[in-house]
Design a protein around this ligand. Structure first.
Ligand SMILES: Nc1ncnc2c1ncn2[C@@H]1O[C@H](COP(=O)(O)OP(=O)(O)O)[C@@H](O)[C@H]1O
Ligand SMILES: CC(=O)N[C@@H](CCC(=O)OP(=O)(O)O)C(=O)O
Length: 249
């Protein structure tokens, strides 16, 4: 299964250690692949350099000089995460063309649209008992880096592997009345997701998550769930359908 680990749910080392232990515990039953983001870590690196960025439709506008900082921040985080998860190997999407992409829209700079996943290499690693931890920087046709939203990257990996996906974030799932956790939807159909986006109750960073979930389901992923990476035992519960919001076709 694919676990998308979002930057907002990895702010403290304690949280990361708890999630890392849960991922390692899954290895007895499942073959986990971790795809991670790291928005807050990118922000910190940009700020330290006196740089800033803007988002359009949830995507960071990434001119080439910002791309260098994004890649550096995500590479450093990738090493930290892969060392925290027992039996993991950290890789970026650029390694062995694990993630191939093309420029999505020149107006967004080095932001990519995924065109291919090296699923063979991921399966080889899984077959050898290794847990791949994958950072969301892809290789473009020119061999240079492209910045991929981590939800999109994770959805593409789940689709390519035909595996289920759990998006770990900083809320318990998709709320019908954000920010009221009591309003968490246990399940949402495609039609409900589209209605939520159109009506505005699914907004901001939740939009790429639900869209990536639907894309993964379209490509054959057996399930796609959004759940909290801040709650103990969440992965096992989400697999059983007892935590988070399951997106259904
Ligand atoms: N309907 C909703 N239910 C829950 N969260 C929502 C909803 N609409 C928007 N959000 C926002 O989406 C955020 C999660 O996305 P994001 O910040 O991109 O997280 P991550 O770093 O894990 O990818 C939540 O913290 C919340 O602010
Ligand atoms: C194109 C684009 O927006 N890329 C994201 C990649 C990181 C990410 O998605 O991190 P989270 O999962 O923590 O949000 C960015 O630059 O922030």
């Amino acid at each position: 299964m694919v676990i998308k680990y979002g930057g907002n749910a990895m702010k403290s080392p304690e949280l990361r250690r708890a999630v890392a232990a849960e991922i390692a515990a899954l290895r007895d039953q499942y073959l986990p692949v971790v795809v991670h983001g790291g928005g807050p870590f990118i922000e910190r690196e940009l700020t330290a350099r006196g740089l800033s960025s803007e988002f359009r439709n949830g995507l960071r506008v990434t001119p080439p000089q910002l791309m260098d900082v994004v890649e550096m921040a995500l590479c450093a985080l990738n090493k930290r995460l892969s060392q925290e998860v027992r039996g993991a190997v950290g890789l970026m999407g650029r390694d062995s063309e694990l993630l191939r992409a093309e420029v999505l829209d020149p107006a967004l700079g080095r932001v990519g649209r995924v065109t291919g996943v090296n699923a063979g290499l991921l399966r080889t690693l899984l077959g050898a008992g290794i847990t791949p931890v994958l950072g969301c920087v892809a290789v473009g046709p020119d061999g240079e880096a492209l910045n991929i939203n981590a939800d999109t990257a994770a959805g593409a990996v789940a689709g390519a592997l035909g595996e289920g996906i759990i998006f770990l974030t900083d809320v318990d799932g998709v709320y019908r009345h954000y920010p009221d956790p009591e309003s968490r939807a246990a399940q949402l159909s495609r039609a409900e997701v589209e209605e939520g986006i159109a009506a505005g109750w699914i907004a901001g960073g939740m939009i790429p998550k639900v869209r990536a979930a639907l894309d993964a389901l379209d490509l054959g992923a057996p399930f796609a769930t959004v759940a909290s990476g801040m709650t103990a035992g969440v992965l096992a519960a989400a697999v059983r359908g007892e935590a988070g919001t399951r997106i259904t076709p």
